[in-house]
Ligand binder design. Structure first.
Ligand code: 5GP
Length: 201
């Protein structure tokens, strides 16, 4: 059986990653979900073990020491990391997994597993990104400009990714990512067993 793909999507805050990922999950309900561990407190209705595993900084650091976290990063002062065992169980069991990680997280996974496919989600323009960040209405003008500077720093790292998709519109961006996953599944390395089986007949 082929290992499932490990598809990691990154992009600046406000690019619409969450919406595109929700759309992909609706299109492919069989896609696996990696529940990250974070040291940030739960927001709203978030529950431990559903959106995240919520742990203290000390507990998080212990998980790193124990080798239970395959990649981790800090974002707005908190740790976020991917638990190793569930990810491996899903991929080795043939289930493709979709992850939403920081740029460093995607790059780290790419170095660790051959099955990783990294996708960078771009906004159509910086003006549009600024509009989306201000449109949330929750951020001050100063914070929006801080996010914009961070976004440029992230966009500058797009060259480290396998693919770049521009989020003009959610359905189109999700369709492009679906096409990437299909093409990746047809790579020769992933299909060589089928070729060998035919040749052995
Ligand atoms: P939020 O606090 O809004 O839920 O997530 C903040 C950011 O953390 C998201 O943009 C997401 O990409 C990133 N993130 C969530 N889980 C992980 C993880 O396990 N590893 C890494 N590297 N980033 C993560």
């Amino acid at each position: 059986m082929k290992n499932g793909l490990i598809v990691s999507i990154s992009g600046p805050s406000g690019v619409g990653k969450g919406t595109v990922i929700d759309k992909l999950r609706e299109m492919f309900p069989e896609l696996g979900r990696s529940i990250s561990v974070t040291s940030r407190p739960p927001r709203g209705q978030e529950q431990d073990g559903v959106e995240y595993y919520f742990r203290s900084k000390e507990e998080f650091e212990k998980l790193i020491e124990e080798g239970e976290i395959i990649e981790y990063d800090q974002y707005v002062g908190n740790y976020y990391g991917t638990p190793l065992t569930p990810l491996l169980t899903m991929s080795r069991g043939g289930q493709s997994v979709l992850l939403d990680l920081t740029v460093a997280g995607s790059v780290a996974l790419q170095e660790k597993f051959d099955e990783t496919v990294t996708i960078f989600l771009l906004p159509p323009s910086l003006d549009e990104l600024r509009g989306r960040l201000s449109g949330r209405g929750t951020e001050s003008a100063e914070l929006v400009e801080k996010r914009m500077a961070e976004a440029k720093g992230e966009i500058a790292q797009a060259a480290k990714f396998d693919y770049v998709v521009t989020n003009y519109e959610v359905e189109q961006a999700a369709a492009e990512i679906a096409a990437i996953m299909q093409a990746e599944n047809c790579r020769y390395e992933r299909c060589s067993d089928a070729v060998d089986t035919l040749l052995a007949q």
